[in-house]
Design a protein around this ligand. Structure first.
Ligand code: FNR
Length: 360
């Protein structure tokens, strides 16, 4: 399969049974630099590994003989009925992985009756992605230096037909970790204004990057600017979740950004239960960071998440076989979720409860 031109690959590789089976196909199709950018976490990868360890440490308790013949995985989020609770997370620059980029991901999400959250750093225009999708999508907003620029981007997404806003707050500092190829860039963003020159006594972090980062008062301001559902992505502390809900946000995404920002931050899963308690039913709770199969989806839901976001695994499908690969990855996770539900006697997502886990 080595070196198959992407545009020639019209069918799925043989013998793929899990999302992880796409790993090797994706790796052989991408340059080492792009593969590293996709797969790695920050610094020593401690939080990246912690995400997996936390998920693996939880066990599922089989409950045979239950009647699950009416079993199904549908859920409703912000008025939209989804066939399953697996939302495609915002990942930047998807034309790095396949020439069809975000449009392919959007088509796959719709084909599987699910949802996709398009990144502020998308490599295709917000308008072309939504037209490929054939359904309204979600938009992930990054703060754009100041309120004026941020509002402009928000308004563009609203005008294009995006139906929910996911404001990512955990990555205010954007290191250029990958030298982008000339053909791939964040086409929806204006060129950033150049930093005012710092004196040697000033701090790159505090006087440079953080001078342009959003603060709580900006979140309150943003909430006033749209009536669409607004979620805050990148929350790990229960107090922050509570404050976001108190400010009128509709939900939070419990996430450590796939272990890519603060290395040493706790595994996202470890923070979930406390946040569920703090939000206390006043908002929607999504979970991401480390989901690799349908059992992981089950575990997050059992700990109180309403749905999950999936990151790197769908990109493996995208790199291997475009929209078809992404759709296949979603379907594989959904099948595994259904299997876990069946074997634990859970016919609906509501029946996936804490007492079906075994935490030793
Ligand atoms: C991301 N993530 C991310 N998040 C976001 O809000 N905006 C973005 O543009 C990006 N870009 C991005 C690029 C790459 C290569 C990765 C791996 C991740 C974070 C993403 O939405 C999600 O939180 C994690 O990917 C979830 O972890 P897993 O499923 O990849 O382990």
């Amino acid at each position: 399969k080595m070196n198959t031109p992407l545009s020639k690959l019209s069918s799925l590789p043989e013998a793929i049974q899990t999302a992880a089976d796409y790993l090797t196909y994706a790796e052989e199709r991408l340059s080492p630099e792009i593969w590293h950018y996709l797969q790695h976490g920050s610094a020593s990868n401690i939080s990246l590994q912690a995400n997996r360890q936390a998920l693996d440490a939880i066990q599922l308790m089989p409950r045979p003989l239950a009647d699950v013949r009416r079993g199904q995985t549908t859920t409703t989020l912000f008025g939209q009925t989804l066939a399953h609770p697996i939302i495609l997370a915002p990942l930047a620059y998807q034309c790095l992985y396949h020439p069809h980029g975000e449009s392919a991901t959007a088509m796959a999400a719709n084909a599987q009756a699910g949802q996709f959250c398009v990144s502020s750093l998308a490599s295709q225009t917000l308008e072309e992605i939504i037209s490929a999708a054939g359904q309204p999508l979600w938009f992930q907003l990054y703060w754009q230096e100041n309120r004026e620029r941020t509002l402009k981007l928000l308004r563009r997404a609203i005008a294009a037909g995006y139906q929910a806003i996911v404001f990512t707050v955990d990555a205010p500092i954007k290191h250029a970790t990958l030298q982008l190829p000339a053909t791939v860039r964040a086409v929806n963003l204006e060129i950033p204004t150049s930093f005012p020159a710092l004196t040697p006594q000033q701090s790159q972090v505090f006087d440079g990057w953080m001078a342009q980062a959003p603060r709580w008062e900006d979140l309150a301001w943003l909430r006033e600017r749209t009536s669409l559902p607004l979620l805050i992505k990148g929350i790990l502390h229960p107090e922050d979740a509570k404050q976001a809900i108190d400010l009128g946000c509709d939900g939070v995404v419990v996430s450590n950004h796939g272990g890519r920002v603060l290395d040493g931050a706790p595994a996202s899963l470890v923070c979930l239960s406390q946040i569920v308690r703090a939000v206390a039913g006043r908002g929607t709770i999504l979970f991401d960071s480390g989901i690799r199969n349908g059992r992981d989806v089950y575990k997050a839901l059992a700990l109180g998440a309403d749905a999950v976001m999936l990151g790197r695994p769908y990109i493996w499908g995208l790199a291997t076989a475009g929209a078809l690969g992404v759709a296949h990855v979603i379907r594989l996770l959904r099948d595994e979720l259904e299997m876990a539900m069946a074997l634990t006697g859970s016919a609906t997502l509501k029946e996936i409860t804490n007492d079906k886990l075994h935490i030793s």
